[in-house]
Design a protein around this ligand. Structure first.
Ligand code: PGA
Length: 253
């Protein structure tokens, strides 16, 4: 049994002074859902406030990116060691917005993912096709490339810290959700591709989140699918009640 994981991706939306209130509201609204792993991934500058507010609750804290080097002249970046030292336990790697706006490639996703896993962080590696790629019939090719290059040299043992997020780019922040069948089809492809990399038995243990306009109203039908093991939530993670609604759906799935 794969424990469902619902992670919020706050993106660039919440100030340090607003952080404690949101984390505490999430913790309060989701107390009864002990069978779901609950995470808030925040801007790095919010992490100290988020970790303090989450102390003693069921909510875990993560960041939205990390660098692969331990330290050095990398202005603006944060290392996995810094993340661990701050008390965060999760990180998102390779989000499509990083790929689209900040030059992230499958190769740098791989470097970041391996560094994060080596540091002991639960690492959510994002994959997903654009609408253009889907319409050109390149869905399988794109997902396989993102998986094969992004997870190169990730071992079966590393998979204990690996979560994969399927986020069709055309569904992110657009209100357009993949149908449960569309999502399941790609989740199954992701698991099959992972099985070729690390073995079928290990691939069965890895959680695959869906992301892209997930909300309380559509979470249950997505989470009912065999290979959908959670969600990576943008907009709906900014309101505790909406986020809790998705977590409730996961708890009952
Ligand atoms: P969304 O974002 O839920 O606002 O579509 C999801 C994500 O980008 O992780």
């Amino acid at each position: 049994m794969r424990k469902k994981i619902i992670a919020g991706n706050w993106k660039m939306n919440v100030k340090p002074s607003e952080t404690a209130a949101l984390v505490k509201a999430v913790a309060e609204a989701t107390k009864q859902y002990g069978n779901v792993e609950i995470v808030c991934c925040t801007p790095a500058i919010d992490v100290p406030a988020a970790v303090a507010a989450a102390a003693g609750t069921q909510v875990g804290i993560g960041t939205e990116n990390c660098h692969w080097k331990d330290s050095g002249a990398y202005t603006g970046e944060i290392s996995t060691g810094m993340i661990v030292d701050s008390g965060a336990k999760y990180v998102i790697v390779g989000h499509s917005e990083r790929r689209q706006y900040f030059g992230e490639t499958d190769e740098t996703v791989n470097l970041r993912a391996r560094a994060a896993i080596a540091a002991g962080l639960t690492t959510m590696v994002c994959v997903g096709e654009t609408l253009e790629e889907r319409e050109a019939g390149k869905l399988v090719e794109v997902i396989e490339r993102q998986m094969n290059v992004g997870l190169k040299d990730v071992t079966a043992a590393d998979c204990a810290k690996l979560v994969i997020a399927y986020e069709p780019v055309w569904a992110i922040g657009t209100g357009k959700t993949a149908t449960p069948d569309q999502a399941q089809e790609v989740h199954a492809l992701i698991r099959a591709t992972l099985a070729k990399l690390v073995g079928a038995e290990t691939a069965e243990t890895v959680r695959i989140q869906y992301g892209g306009s997930m909300k309380p109203g559509n979470a249950a039908e997505l989470l009912a699918k065999k290979d959908i093991d959670g969600g990576l939530i943008g907009g709906a993670a900014l309101k505790a009640a909406d986020f809790a609604g998705i977590i409730a759906a996961a708890a009952n799935a």
